[in-house]
Design a protein around this ligand. Sequence first.
Ligand code: CP3
Length: 372
Amino acid sequence: MTAPQLPADHPLVTDDATRSTARSALITALRGGTPDRRPVWFMRQAGRSLPEYRQLREGISMLDSCLQPELASEITLQPVRRHDVDAGIFFSDIVIPLRLAEVGVDIVPGVGPVLDAPVRTAADVAALPELTEESLEPIREAVRLTVAELGSTPLIGFAGAPFTLAAYMVEGKPSRDHLGPRTMMHAEPDTWNALASWAARASGHFLRAQIEAGASAGQLFDSWAGSLSLGDYLTHVQPHSAAAFAQVADLAGPDGVPLIHFGTGTSEILPAMRDAGASAVGVDYRLPLDEAHRRLTATPGADGRGAVPLQGNIDPALLEAGWDVLEAHVREVIEAGSVAPGHVLNLGHGVPPHTDPTVLTRVVELIHSVAP
Ligand code: CP3
């Protein structure tokens, strides 16, 4: 394995102890070591559960706010300051690469990503503009500003996986069953492959820009991969997710950025998600972590890897179930996760908008109080 090609001042390789993230709890756990404290962060920790977020977002649209570096940076930092979580997750969205490539897209409040025109034919795919390196400058700038403030707390960069991104593009809006992309991969496999390849390039570029600018870990969100059978995942999706990961593979490896792969409803495809090129797997709330670990161990990949560090999987529904119920659940998750070679506490999906943020802070305190 060659040394990661990270810039010399990158937080994972810098000699400056005030900026180094190499020994942080998050990176240690994701590399399979024993951290000083149990690392925890929350998907969607930056967002509507925080009054200070709602205040900053007044009068500015979601996607516009992502492209103002000072604003995106401040929103990324808010939950780190408030909750003492072990990582920042970059404030952006999986459809930002579309916006940067000048594909017409907006996020409609309460609905989600909506495209001006769905992408359904070979001609639609051929007409997609490529994402340019220059267009990613606001992303790089926001990451640089954020990393400068975070010091030794790592920033996680992310991108949407090709299936989840393409699912929005084909449907043109959020959907429950993702029939459009699932039909396309069988009826028009060439069109599907061209679209998913486009999405893999866009996501890979987006993730790479964040890592090069200072993100210490990367997460690929395949939020809707759970709608796929294992067979469809392996044939029509995994090669494209592997292509997205491959675009940052030279920045990863044992001394480079850990790469996390997360989706919901993915109990049947966890080994396949690992084998797409992830060093750690995020698990949703449906499967206990000890069972996820058992499945990964039982089904090693072609490279011989079985068990990998896990991330998850506190049920977001229990955030409102009362403290005693929630505390017992968090302790169970810690216990189940202890069988994995490394464990990063997280939710099984994002923070619900109406969550009481003081409950999140208390969950962080609880997790940090349990010796690693
Ligand atoms: O705190 C964080 O996790 C960082 C930022 C982040 C956002 N979106 C901000 C956001 C991240 C990592 C994402 C990823 C994302 N975006 C995913 C994958 C994660 C997941 O939840 O499965 C997906 C599927 C999207 C697409 C998307 N963007 C949806 C479905 C929505 C919700 C629509 C709604 O209004 O209910 C969004 C909007 C969005 N992205 C918000 C935030 C904070 C809410 C918009 C707002 O505050 O106005």
